[in-house]
Design a protein around this ligand. Structure first.
Ligand code: ADP
Ligand code: MG
Ligand code: ZN
Length: 477
C-alpha cells in the first residue's frame, strides 16, 4: 500500500493593533469595544467618493513583522482590489495586495519534538483590510461594520510543513514572535489571529505536490492540529482506494470533529484583482526602514542571551523567563523594582506560575504585583523575615487586597534577629532536651533540627533559623 506524505501551507491573518483603521481615521481593533456601527465613517462603510489614506502605523507594524521573520522588505508595493460580494463588505471589494506585497521571503526556525530545528519558509506577507461581521438570527441577519477596514497582515507560509505537529509548532512560534513585537493582540478567540490551512498529500518520496484542500474556521491551534490529522487520514483513505481529491474549501466542525465542504475553491481570477486606482503604489525609503529598525524590541532568543549575560542566570532559567512575553515583562519589572534576579526567577517559576496555573489565570492578571515580589525578596535578604514567613506573606498578598510591605509592617511579622533573645531561647531548649545536645556533641549534627524546632515553637516561627544554628553550635561546642 502506498504511504502518503502531507504537504501543509498556512495563511495567518493577524489583526494589527493600530490606533486607527487601515485607510481611515476610525478607531480600530479590540480596544474599541464600541456599540455596533459606531466606529464607522463614509470610507469604511463603503460610500461613493470617499478616498482611502494608507495608515503609517500599519505599515510600520508590517515592517516589524518582516524584519522579525528575516524577510525582504519591498521598497515598492501595490494595493489591489479583491472583488467579491458579501453583505459585510459594503464596497464590494476588499483592498489587499496581490502580486506586489510589502514583504516577501523570510523564514521561521521551529523545534521539532526530537529537538531538531526546521526552517519553515515564508512566501509573503501583505497588508489588507478586514470585512465587517454578520450575525444570524432565526429569520433575520444583523451586520456590524465596526470591523470593516481594520488592518490585517496576512502571512503566507511556503508549503514546507510535513505533519500536523510541524504546523502546530510553526503557529506557536509565529504567534510568540508577533506577541513580542506587540503588533497584535494575537487572541484567537477574539479573531485577532485567524488561520487557514492548506493541505495536500503526495506519495512518500515524491516531490510532486498533490491537489490541495483549504480548511477555514479554525479557532485554536489545537483545532488546526485536529483538523489536519482528520483530513490527512481522510485523504489517505481516498487516495489509497484509487480515488482523487478535488480542490475544495472545507470547514472544521469542532463539535463533530469532522471537516465539511464549504464551497468549491475560488481561483484568483474570480476575484478579478486589479491595482487600487485610489492609491498610489506604496514607496518606502531607507530612512523609514532604519527608523522602524530602531523600534525593534528584543525577540525571545536575544532576550534569553541578555538575561544569561546580565543576571548570570542559567540557560534553563532564562528560557523559562522568556517562554512568554508577559512573563518576561513581569520579571523585568520585578528586577527594576529591586528584586535580585535569581530569587525572582524561583518565585516566578514555582510559586507564581504554580498559583496562576491552578487558578487558570495569565500572568498579566497576576494579583501579586512585581513591586510586591521585589519587596518580598528584599525582606528575606535583609533578614527581616524568614523564607517560611515569606511563604505566608505571599499567600496573604495573593488576594491583592494588601501590599507586601503593608502586610509585613502591620503584622509585626518581623523575624527575631536579636542574638541575646535567641540565646535565651536556645539555652532553654538545651535544658529541656539534654539528649539532643549530647547527640550533637557526639557528632550527630542532625540532632540540631530538634533544638531549632523547639525554639521556632517558642518564638512562634519568628526566630532567624540561620542565626539560631550558629548560636547552638557556639553553645554546645
Ligand atoms: P491562493 O492564492 O489560492 O490562496 P497561494 O499560492 O497563495 O494560493 O497559497 C496559499 C497557501 O497554500 C500557501 O500557504 C501555500 O503554501 C499553500 N499551498 C500551495 N500549494 C499547496 C499544496 N499543493 N499543498 C499544500 N499547500 C499548498
Ligand atoms: Mg492566498
Ligand atoms: Zn472609517
Amino acid at each position: 500500500m502506498t504511504k502518503f506524505e502531507p504537504v501543509i501551507g498556512l495563511e495567518v491573518h493577524l489583526q494589527l493593533n493600530t490606533k486607527s483603521k487601515m485607510f481611515c481615521a476610525c478607531p480600530s481593533g479590540a480596544k474599541s469595544d464600541l456599540p455596533p456601527n459606531t466606529a464607522i465613517c463614509p470610507l469604511c462603510s463603503g460610500q461613493p467618493g470617499a478616498l482611502p489614506v494608507i495608515n503609517e502605523q500599519a505599515v510600520m507594524f508590517a515592517l516589524k513583522a518582516g524584519l522579525a521573520l528575516n524577510a525582504q522588505i519591498n521598497l515598492k508595493s501595490v494595493f489591489a482590489r479583491k472583488n467579491y460580494f458579501y453583505p459585510d463588505l459594503p464596497k464590494g471589494y476588499q483592498i489587499s495586495q496581490d502580486s506586489k506585497p510589502i514583504i516577501s521571503g523570510g523564514f521561521i526556525e521551529t523545534q521539532n519534538a526530537d529537538g531538531a530545528t526546521k526552517k519553515i519558509n515564508i512566501a509573503r506577507a501583505h497588508l489588507e483590510e478586514d470585512a465587517g461581521k454578520s450575525m444570524h438570527g432565526q429569520d433575520y441577519s444583523l451586520i456590524d461594520l465596526n470591523r470593516c477596514g481594520v488592518p490585517l497582515l496576512e502571512i503566507v507560509s511556503a508549503p514546507d510543513m510535513r505533519s500536523a505537529a510541524e504546523a502546530y509548532n510553526y503557529l506557536v512560534n509565529l504567534k510568540s514572535i508577533m506577541q513580542w513585537l506587540d503588533i497584535s493582540g494575537c487572541d484567537m478567540e477574539k479573531g485577532e489571529l485567524r488561520v487557514d490551512v492548506n493541505l495536500s498529500l503526495m506519495p512518500e518520496g515524491s516531490d510532486k505536490f498533490g491537489t490541495r484542500i483549504e480548511i477555514k474556521n479554525l479557532n485554536s491551534f489545537k483545532a488546526v492540529k485536529d483538523a489536519l490529522q482528520y483530513e490527512i487520514s481522510r485523504q489517505s483513505g481516498i487516495l489509497s482506494s484509487g480515488g482523487a481529491i478535488t480542490q475544495q474549501t472545507m470547514l472544521w466542525n469542532e463539535d463533530k470533529a469532522v471537516t465539511e465542504l464549504m464551497r468549491n475553491k475560488e481561483t484568483a481570477q474570480e476575484y478579478r484583482y486589479f491595482p487600487e486606482p485610489d492609491l498610489r503604489p506604496l514607496v518606502l525609503n531607507g530612512d523609514f526602514i532604519e527608523l522602524v529598525k530602531k523600534t525593534m524590541p528584543m525577540l525571545p532568543a536575544q532576550k534569553k542571551d541578555f538575561y544569561i549575560k546580565t543576571y548570570g542566570i542559567s540557560a534553563y532559567d532564562a528560557a523559562l523567563m522568556t517562554s512568554d512575553k508577559d512573563i518576561s515583562s513581569y520579571f523585568d519589572e520585578a528586577v527594576k523594582q529591586g528584586a535580585t534576579a535569581k530569587p525572582a526567577v524561583n518565585w516566578i517559576g514555582t510559586d507564581i506560575l504554580g498559583k496562576l496555573n491552578a487558578e487558570n489565570k495569565e500572568i498579566s492578571s497576576c494579583p501579586l504585583k512585581p513591586k510586591d515580589l521585589a519587596d518580598l525578596i528584599g525582606y528575606i535578604e535583609s533578614g527581616k523575615i524568614s523564607g517560611k514567613m515569606a511563604k505566608e506573606i505571599f499567600a496573604q498578598a495573593w488576594s491583592g487586597a494588601k501590599a507586601v510591605s503593608e502586610l509585613v509592617e502591620s503584622s509585626g511579622a518581623s523575624q527575631v534577629n536579636d542574638e541575646a533573645q535567641l540565646e535565651i531561647w536556645a539555652k532553654e531548649a538545651i535544658a529541656e532536651n539534654p539528649k539532643a545536645a549530647a547527640d550533637i556533641k557526639a557528632g550527630n549534627s542532625k540532632a540540631i533540627g530538634a533544638l531549632v524546632g523547639s525554639v521556632m515553637k517558642k518564638s512562634k516561627g519568628k526566630a532567624n533559623p540561620a542565626l539560631l544554628n550558629k548560636i547552638f553550635i557556639k553553645l554546645i561546642s
